[in-house]
Design a protein around this ligand. Sequence first.
Ligand code: SF4
Ligand code: SF4
Length: 234
Amino acid sequence: MPRQVKEDLNKELEDILLELGADVVGFADVSKVVRGDIAHLRTAISIGINRRLTEKGIEILEDLERAVILFLRKRGYRYLAIPPDSDRRKDKFISRLYPLFSHKIAATSSGLGWIGRNGLFISPEFGPRLSLATVLTDAPFKPGRPIEKSLCGECLLCVKFCPAGAIKGRDWSVNDPYGEFVDTRRCNEYKKRMRAVHGKPNCGLCINICPFGRNNRTVTFDTKKEVYQCQSTG
Ligand code: SF4
Ligand code: SF4
């Protein structure tokens, strides 16, 4: 039976999270994705901050998740917080839960963005620069409109300029959520070579080059082509 959504719940929680430092907050109906013991947690709350997933970034996201938990617990709803660095904790017990849910699924399903040709989550406002956390719940939030296909449009910057030639140029869609967009072996080999030469562990060009979220760009949505367009403002 369809649940009665409570729109004021969305606004109340969103206001709290934005006040505490979140940059984006979304709500998604994930009933088709959650399985097994967590099948009752049919809504995902997706939280993004405009900074890298460093120790400090993880700390901020965990604080935001705690605020969500407090909010839900007070109202008697059930929840499961997925750790922000879930994909890095392969040796932990909680890692057994990770295959059940990904932050990218929560964020795209809530309409916060899409998966770019560089395989990263892209927000129209912040580009590939958001770090994400997710809380699953049975609370009746109103879900956002999901984004179901890549909105990179005609941009091929990351594909053309990846120094390892690792980005395949494929378009993401919700029907192919786990498609391989990046040849990780090539990417890792390149980064290893660079580390040996420059002592720097990362490349990051596919983040830096993405026009979405850069300061000197404005982003508009082309309703005819259904893609976002980036324009330079200086
Ligand atoms: S990190 Fe560098 S080498 Fe790896 S995919 Fe991105 S641009 Fe290519
Ligand atoms: S650089 Fe262009 S193609 Fe690559 S992810 Fe960003 S918008 Fe998409």
